[in-house]
Design a protein around this ligand. Structure first.
Ligand SMILES: Nc1ncnc2c1ncn2[C@@H]1O[C@H](COP(=O)(O)OP(=O)(O)OP(=O)(O)O)[C@@H](O)[C@H]1O
Length: 256
């Protein structure tokens, strides 16, 4: 599903946290939103899942203005893996993942066999099958993050919003989680701090600096030495991976 921001300005006080963001994200793209702490990455995502109404501008999912559509319609189309989302601690893992199906059900509907198949598949794809009967409250941070990703996938959304989806994951699970969402065919917008993961997995990088889009485009066009210096205040460069040629990021402290 296509996602478009047109002149979006949003924030928590009179000072906007994101300013005049205009971006069109085609169906199936994997967009990594990168930027320093406080640059507005989470804020931009919140305008899509209706956690923060923009002061100005529109956010469109396909042809639907998300702030004019019903809450339920947006909840069906947008899957969210938020930052330190608790996910309902009294649930078992399987129950938590089942919640992903609820936006698709009517008020008195129950999950069907095909809903259960989707839940089982999401658990399998995220490597969480072995956790299915555990209470969510007993999981490690990384295990819980995988389960919440399973829930977002079980929702079969048109757009998947991921706010630092890998911050608790070990290296193998970081790579598998990003490969999984990249190959899902769903439009993905992920706020990522690890620039190497962003460069390797994203089709498009959006770099935010103090709430403004500093650059947007393919990794090799956006992640230039000048951008690393100006936006991230590091000495950075992109090099091809010696094994598969995909872009990798090398970072050093800036010589001042
Ligand atoms: N609930 C809030 N109330 C007031 N200000 C907020 C709130 N949430 C975020 N902000 C401010 O809005 C700005 C953008 O924050 P945001 O969380 O979008 O940044 P971010 O790029 O996701 O940061 P990080 O990399 O640290 O997670 C920051 O200046 C932040 O202090």
């Amino acid at each position: 599903m296509k996602l478009a921001f047109d002149g979006v300005t949003a924030g928590y006080t009179v000072v906007p946290a994101v300013r005049d963001v205009t971006l069109t994200i085609a169906a199936g793209e994997f967009v990594a939103v990168v930027g320093p702490n406080g640059s507005g990455k989470s804020t931009l995502l919140k305008t899509v899942y209706r956690a923060l109404r923009p002061h100005a501008g529109t956010v469109r999912l396909g042809d639907t203005d998300v702030w004019k559509a019903g809450h339920r319609e947006v909840a069906r189309r947008v899957g969210v893996l938020g930052q330190d989302q608790d996910g309902g601690y009294d649930f078992t893992v399987r129950e938590a993942v089942r919640l992903g199906r609820y936006p698709h059900l009517g008020a008195f509907d129950r999950l069907t066999g095909s809903d259960e198949t989707v839940v089982t598949e999401a658990l399998t794809r995220t490597g969480a099958t072995g956790l299915a009967d555990r209470p969510l409250s007993t999981l490690s941070d990384g295990e819980r993050q995988r389960v919440l990703l399973a829930r977002a996938l079980a929702q079969q959304p048109g757009v998947l919003l991921l706010d630092e989806p890998t911050n608790h994951l070990d290296p193998a699970h970081q790579l598998s989680a990003l490969n999984l969402v990249a190959s899902s065919g769903v439009t993905v917008v992920a706020a990522l701090h690890t620039l190497d993961l962003a460069a390797r997995h994203a089709t498009t990088i959006v770099a935010l600096n103090a709430g403004i889009v500093a650059a947007a485009g393919p990794p090799a066009e956006v992640l230039t030495p000048a951008l690393f210096r100006e936006v991230f205040e590091v000495d950075g460069r992109l090099i091809p991976d010696p094994v598969d040629g995909r872009p990798r990021v090398l970072l050093r402290e800036l010589d001042r």
